[in-house]
Ligand binder design. Structure first.
Ligand code: ASP
Length: 596
């Protein structure tokens, strides 16, 4: 609890309850509101903890009354007065201070304030950009203050839990050598070494591994990470990870440790976690939910009907199966009442997500089957679908027919849209592990630092350890190799991810080779790591949790900007300070740069 110690006041606002009645108190804070009422002036005084009603009476308050007439919202004031019970009928049961008020005898204006550009209230429809330009005013809103408090509580719980398990917090450098982790690096020019650049860490990945080689055995850090990616609601160019690494562990050990720590963190946030958490393989998650971070708070599962339609007259279905692909369907229960325009919008979403189109069937409440493809489907096929997907009158079936990957991906997106459309209630916290990711994936867009269209890229990062049993396939069937890997998923968000690492230089070199990094290049880029692995590296593994995302979910927000004190806008700018900004020519020259 925040106390009034070390300050000029005697109490914090939240202490001004019925228990304080009769006491003389000194409070300080900001003027939230001033109301003049029939000879009395009421000032709502806000501090970090609460709002207190301060009453100025021309008789009791003396000179303070005159001064109170001049004060305005957001002025900084200190008041001294007596706490009394609010007159009958004027209590406010919504507020912890709602039974009491302070009759002021002394008022001191500590600072004045310009009229703020928006009202400092929890409910705000102020444009987010304006809130970011005046972030310090935005932070005064009690809802923001509470969020930052929650964030601090969560961070402290991580530290407490990890400290008690013998983890050591170690800081790692911010000025680093560029290492490929899948995203683009932010770079910093060196002044002392012309034409050389540091990269900001995408995560402390290699350093934490080197700490394991250094014998630290259990490491953690509340680490700032930097990735130069296009921004979304749940992405910022700089974000915070709870970064963890352990030696002499199995995948199960890391997951059990994490569950124990998360139970303490969730408890600190007033939530509950029941260990052990459910586990699902990556393959099952993709097959059933079309996502490697499934929101399991609702069904709408993807159901394979390839066998039902393999011989169908509907060429799109039969053709997909014949070509080695699949046909899957989702039963959008109750979606049979959707207007055609809503189904068309879902179709468009499927196309935008990579499908050629989205077939659908409406089962009307009257028992009719309505669909552009109905005439191509036999009554046996429809009966089999009804049974497999538990169809009732009023339901809507939507289909995907393509390669397995495309169908899963597309129906995964459609599934989430259907949950919105059907207004399916999603309550509680659904935490689960998704495990056994493929080591590699095709790098379709060629983005990131692992570049190259269609080349293999690391699913997690290049330091991930392949399943021992799959090692023999690394050179021959790289796409089939699974890895010791685990993502922690909460309510459809990946809140953490980790892997066991390659602790022998030999396997690490083979993985790098599979990524198209030949021996010579590997030595050049990763010489320090390979040397460390050859210097007695213990088996090790770890995990990193996205602190911003976790706090966002716990606080009930949809953007991580809401849980970061000073976030960047979607164009990567700091709306308040104006970063990024141009440098003057002298500064540029110092770092040996010329810009056009
Ligand atoms: N460094 C990884 C990441 O940032 C997490 C890990 O493997 O520990 O995703």
């Amino acid at each position: 609890m925040l106390t009034a110690d070390f300050s000029t006041r005697t109490h914090m606002n939240e202490q001004i309850t019925a228990a304080a009645i009769g006491q003389t108190v000194t409070l300080a804070g900001w003027v939230a509101k001033r109301r003049d009422h029939g000879g009395l002036i009421f000032v709502d005084l806000r501090d970090r903890t609460a709002i207190v009603q301060c009453t100025f009476d021309p008789d009791a308050s003396g000179d303070a009354f005159k001064l109170a007439e001049t004060i305005r919202p957001e002025w900084v004031v200190q008041v001294t007065g007596t706490v009394r019970k609010r007159p009958e009928g004027t209590e406010n049961p919504q507020m912890i201070t709602g039974e009491a008020e302070v009759v002021v005898t002394e008022l001191e204006v500590l600072n004045r304030a310009n009229t703020p550009p928006f009202e400092i209230e929890d409910e705000t429809d102020t444009d987010e950009l304006v809130r970011m330009q005046w972030r310090y005013l935005d932070i005064r809103r009690p809802a923001m203050t509470r969020t930052l408090e929650l964030r601090a509580k969560v961070t402290a719980a991580f530290r407490r839990a990890l400290d008690s398990l013998g983890f050591i917090e170690v800081e790692t450098p911010i000025l680093c050598k560029s290492t490929p982790e899948g995203a683009r690096d932010f770079v910093v020019p060196s002044r002392i070494q012309a034409a050389k650049f540091y990269a900001l860490p995408q995560s402390p990945q290699l350093f934490k591994q080197l700490l394991m080689v250094g014998g630290i055995e259990r490491y953690y850090q509340i680490a700032r990470c930097f990735r130069d990616e296009d921004l979304r609601a749940d992405r910022q160019p700089e974000f915070t990870q709870v970064d963890i690494e352990m030696s002499f562990v199995s995948q199960d050990d890391v997951m059990q440790m994490m569950e124990q720590v998360m139970a303490e963190v969730m408890a600190a946030a007033g939530r509950e976690l029941t260990a052990p958490l459910p586990r699902m393989t990556y393959a099952d998650a993709m097959d059933t939910y079309g996502s490697d971070r499934p929101d399991t708070r609702f069904g709408l599962e993807l159901v394979d009907i390839s066998d039902v339609v393999a011989g169908s007259e509907f060429g799109v279905f039969a053709g997909a199966v014949k070509a080695g692909g699949v046909v899957k369907a989702i039963n959008a229960k109750g979606g049979g009442s959707f207007a055609r325009s809503r189904i068309d919008a879902l179709n468009q979403l499927a196309i935008d997500s990579g499908a050629k189109g989205m077939a659908w069937i409406v089962f009307t409440p009257e028992g009719e089957v309505k669909s552009p493809i109905a005439k191509f489907l036999s009554s046996d096929e429809i009966a089999a679908m009804r049974e497999r997907l538990d169809v009732e009158p009023g339901d809507l079936l939507v289909f995907g027919a393509d390669t397995r990957d495309v169908v899963n991906e597309v129906l995964g997106v459609v599934r989430l849209a259907l949950a919105e459309e059907l207004a399916i209630e999603r309550t509680g916290d659904a935490l689960l592990w998704v495990v056994d990711f493929p080591l590699l994936r095709r790098d379709e867009d060629g983005g990131g630092t692992q570049g190259g269209e269609g080349r293999w890229a690391a699913t997690h990062h290049p330091f991930t350890r392949p399943f021992d049993d799959d090692l023999s396939k690394l050179e021959t069937h790289p796409g089939e190799v699974l890895s010791y890997s685990y993502d922690l998923v909460m309510n459809g968000y990946e809140i953490g991810g980790g892997t066991l690492r390659n602790h022998t230089a030999e396997v690490q070199r083979r993985v790098l080779a599979a990524l198209g990094i030949a021996d010579e290049e590997a030595s050049e880029q990763f010489g320090f790591l390979l040397q460390a692995l050859d210097s007695g590296a213990p088996p090790h593994g770890g995990i990193a949790l996205g602190l911003d995302r976790l706090v966002m979910l716990l606080a009930g927000y949809e953007s991580i900007r809401d849980v970061i004190a000073f976030p960047k806008t979607s164009s990567g700018a700091d709306a308040m300070t104006g970063a990024p900004d141009a440098l003057d020519s002298r500064q540029l020259k110092e770092v040996h740069l010329r810009v056009n």
